[in-house]
Design a protein around this ligand. Sequence first.
Ligand SMILES: Nc1ncnc2c1ncn2[C@@H]1O[C@H](COP(=O)(O)OP(=O)(O)OP(=O)(O)O)[C@@H](O)[C@H]1O
Length: 226
Amino acid sequence: MSLELLDVTVRLGRGESRTTALRELTVGFAPSALTALVGPSGSGKSTLLAVAGALLRPDEGRVLLGGTDLARLSPAEQARVRRERIGYVFQSGNLLSGLTALEQLLAAASVTGRSPRSVRARATELLTEVGLGHRLRHRADQMSGGERQRIAIARALLLEPEVLLVDEPTAAVDRERAADLVELLMSTTHRHGCVTVVATHDPVVVEAADHVVDMALLRAGSDSAR
Ligand SMILES: Nc1ncnc2c1ncn2[C@@H]1O[C@H](COP(=O)(O)OP(=O)(O)OP(=O)(O)O)[C@@H](O)[C@H]1O
């Protein structure tokens, strides 16, 4: 199932700080592919992820996931799409305070109606894949930024979303770990056939990606895909 933004315009802020963050932007993201979203600071990468993830309703334009226009859904329908179809790995992490790494994943699964028991083995496997197998029972709020980011990746992958939106996944980790994370995101994308969009400045991600979309070129009216 592909994800398309058609003629999307987003204005943010009020009064003097009012900014057109995205202007008449059209871009498509293919399933079973990881797209690196690059571009200078302020070019709209985070805004694009928010619109693509039904976190922000565009002022104009359509956001098509399969046949569904996410921009036209009611707030309740958008919430359901967010819960059931989209995985987010954002810098803030949005982890729950007081819970261990493993509990973060089990709690996320229970929100979508899966029993903790049925997902425990898979959650353990994913945390091991992101290099936290030895820290399953450590509290996430006592871990580093990079470790918390890795928990957020494992949590998103556990729910096997159709769309995986990732903001700067390698910003807080060392080079070796960055390569491992990219490999995990790539293999998961290809295995599950999801649409993966990764906003990044990191050449490690750009090199590995199936496609690259440059916000600077999009704004100029075209996009670069390879
Ligand atoms: N709440 C807001 N109010 C007004 N303008 C905003 C707001 N949030 C973002 N902007 C502006 O919208 C534009 C796009 O911002 P966005 O955060 O999407 O860029 P980005 O490419 O993700 O940047 P970075 O690489 O620095 O994270 C920028 O010009 C930014 O200043």
